[in-house]
Design a binder for this molecule. Structure first.
Ligand code: WTA
Length: 654
């Protein structure tokens, strides 16, 4: 197959200009992109304000575009009033009432369709049901649902009444639900009896019950959507069936017109230290970012069918399953289950059956499907596809080329979009009708976004061979507003490093001679495992919660499919087991972490040792552990170690 081609691509440093026919019809071609860039360069605030007026429907127009008086707590469009669900549904009803909003396919193969009119009705019913339970503006609602249309309906229903949703990924455990519910102070949980994933039923209500049994004093009610149909425990007075509640509710609900800055949602994400952070997004600014980037990056057209494979539990699912496409009146596809059920053709079959034209997925999925061979996608009609997207981690050139060649038939543009939970929307990406692609590079900031690479002193790095901190140099509408309940942490994490001058993304990157950005990885201890963002600290805390574990250090090592694998170095209380006893304990600890955090956090590799490599000041030398985990030669200076002898043991040589 393509091995020759791949190496030659790398050798030649091949580039892929936008196909001529594509550029000719594109919303944004190279000339238009240059115009947009120039306008943004001249007046970035005015640039976004114009778009906000033109692209969003306001109840009360704003007069203040950007309030930077409390920077870095920037506020956008402050005196305007808006409703996000109105923008995602109601405003389409005049022209698109019968257009399909959501095409859903369950993992077992069941299919359902919702038009914009039906989406409106269902959202209003749930919004009224929430109101009947006393939920209103500013109340937090945790959504813990499978990837069914109800997840989107629940988000939109919260937005409709000004409640703040916090979606928890269905793959997270009861403990994670509890932590998030408690941090957010949620009054209500919306869950399901179960969801189908990987050929099994994920028992969501059971986990939610467990979370509530262990704490969560603020939660009053639990709404349960019946999806999988298996029996569930029921707590009278607390638990309510979705179908019963909504059957009684009226199908119209006047939107709550909230201030532009009113929080639309919290989404918890991992950082390098401590517990997950509740990233707080606004209503209008966030929606503008979601809306505009979907339009530009995917060259959106009226008849497109957009499928973003991300779960709604991640930011990609918020922005590119729900808010971005729906605010544009697009038809979206939602798929409940895993990519390998019943076989590795599932994604391609869905593209074929639902006539997907815009396909957006993660490198980990591409690598997994690539391994299964190109004869599988060849069985399906993928001729409707127009644009392919990638998100979540750097895409390696080999996977890029496979995606381009096997799925895109060497014709379709690939948009490699760099962004973060915190940025709300894609920040750097090719625009498919305008940008020359380079496999492995997210190319350049989109119009209106200003990025740079700086060294430790904050000075821009101009040498294309050198990397540095990736920073965003101007505020942008969809930026996070704060960390829920901890504004100091917001400032410390994202701004303090360069005295509030730049937003510090936490990634390192370099910029080549053409001005294209290449993301090199995280500066902190955040892992990307199968595209999921996990903090090493969180996994370490999960490990030390086990009675036998005294101390743990977690690092990542490269993994063919998942991008990174989790390696844990564990110091036990009592003796250090070997042989079968060690094996049994490894198994137990892996299950333990999986139970505490969810299966995605299960360590791939656990190694026992008598001690961790520490500096004399007691700091764990993670770089050293990383080299050991990767089986690399140790080049670090170990003479400063408190216990240099430990290195051989950790490396398995003693
Ligand atoms: C990484 C996901 C390279 C990066 C939207 C970032 C990427 C983190 C890309 C955010 C990309 C995301 N190329 N790296 N196209 N997209 N990343 O919050 O390290 O889950 O900081 O948001 O993923 O992960 P998060």
């Amino acid at each position: 197959m393509s091995n020759d081609k791949i190496s030659s691509v790398l050798l030649e440093n091949r580039v892929f200009p936008p196909p001529a026919e594509f550029a000719a019809r594109a919303r944004v071609n190279a000339a238009r992109m240059a115009e947009l860039r120039a306008a943004a360069e001249k007046d970035s605030v005015g640039f976004w304000a114009d778009l906000a007026r033109r692209e969003l429907d306001w109840h009360t127009p704003f007069t203040v575009a950007l309030d930077d008086s409390a920077a870095p707590n920037y506020r956008w469009f402050t005196d305007g009033r808006i409703n996000v669900s109105y923008n995602c549904i109601d405003r389409h009803l005049a022209k698109r009432a019968d257009k399909v909003a959501i095409r859903f396919e369950g993992e077992p193969g069941d299919v359902a369709t919702l038009t914009y009119r039906q989406l409106h009705e269902e959202t209003c019913r749930l919004a009224n049901a929430l109101k009947s339970l006393g939920i209103g503006k500013g109340d937090r609602v945790v959504i813990y649902l499978p990837m069914t249309p109800q997840a989107v309906i629940a988000m939109l229903a919260c937005a409709r009444i000004g409640a703040v949703h916090s979606v928890v990924f269905g793959g997270f455990s009861a403990q994670s639900v509890k932590d998030r519910v408690e941090d957010a102070g949620a009054r209500l949980i919306i869950t399901a009896d179960g969801g189908h994933r990987g050929g099994a039923v994920v028992e969501l209500k059971k986990a939610a019950d467990e979370a509530l049994a262990g704490g969560c004093p603020t939660v009053e009610k639990m709404i349960v959507y019946k999806r999988a149909g298996q029996p569930v425990d029921w707590k009278d007075g607390r638990d309510l069936w979705w179908h019963e509640l909504t059957a009684k509710a009226a199908p119209q609900c006047e939107p709550e017109w909230v201030e532009a800055e009113h929080p639309l949602y919290l989404l918890y994400t991992s950082g390098s230290t401590g517990k997950p952070k509740g990233i707080q997004h606004s209503s209008a600014g966030y929606l503008l970012g979601a809306h505009q980037t979907t339009q530009w990056i995917f060259d959106l057209r009226e008849d497109d069918v957009f499928w973003c494979t991300a779960d709604v539990g991640w930011v990609t699912g918020h922005t590119y399953v729900c808010y971005g496409p729906l605010s544009n009146g697009t038809t979206i596809v939602m798929y409940e289950g895993g990519p390998m059920v019943p076989d590795a053709g599932r994604f391609w079959k869905i593209c074929q059956d639902h006539k997907v034209s815009l396909f957006y997925t993660a490198p980990t999925a591409i690598r997994a499907l690539m391994k299964m061979g190109e004869e599988i996608p060849a069985r399906y009609d993928l001729s409707r596809l127009r644009v392919l997207g990638s998100v979540g981690e750097p895409i390696n050139p080999e996977a890029w080329i496979w995606y381009y060649r096997v799925i895109g038939k060497e014709k379709l543009p690939i948009v490699d979009t760099w962004w973060q939970t915190e940025t709300g929307a894609a920040m750097m990406s090719p625009l498919p009708g305008a940008t020359t692609l380079k496999p492995g590079s997210c190319t350049q900031p989109i119009p209106g976004i200003f990025a740079d690479i700086v060294d430790e002193s904050g000075t821009p790095v101009t040498d294309p061979d050198h990397g540095g901190y990736l920073v965003i140099t101007k505020p942008w509408p969809s930026m996070l507003r704060t960390i829920w309940g901890d504004n100091d942490r917001y400032i410390k994490t994202y701004w303090a490093h360069f005295n509030n001058r730049y937003y510090v993304a936490g990634d390192s990157a370099h910029r080549d001679a053409d001005g294209c950005y290449w993301i090199m990885g995280r500066m902190d201890d955040v892992l990307k495992v199968a595209g999921h963002r996990l903090g090493t600290m969180e996994i370490e805390s999960a490990l030390v919660a086990h009675p036998r574990v005294a101390e743990a250090a977690v690092v990542g090592k490269p993994h063919d499919i998942k991008g990174e694998a989790i390696v844990a170095f564990v110091i036990l209380r009592g003796h250090r087991p070997v042989g079968a006893e060690a094996e049994a304990l490894v198994k137990e600890l892996r299950e333990f972490v999986s139970h505490t955090m969810g299966p995605i956090a299960k360590p791939d590799d656990i190694r026992f040792a008598d001690n961790l490599p520490k500096t004399r000041s007691g700091k764990i030398m993670r770089r050293l552990l990383r080299s050991i985990a990767r089986g690399e030669a140790i080049t670090q200076d170990v003479s400063t170690l408190e216990n240099p002898g430990i290195v051989a043991q950790l490396a398995g040589k003693a």
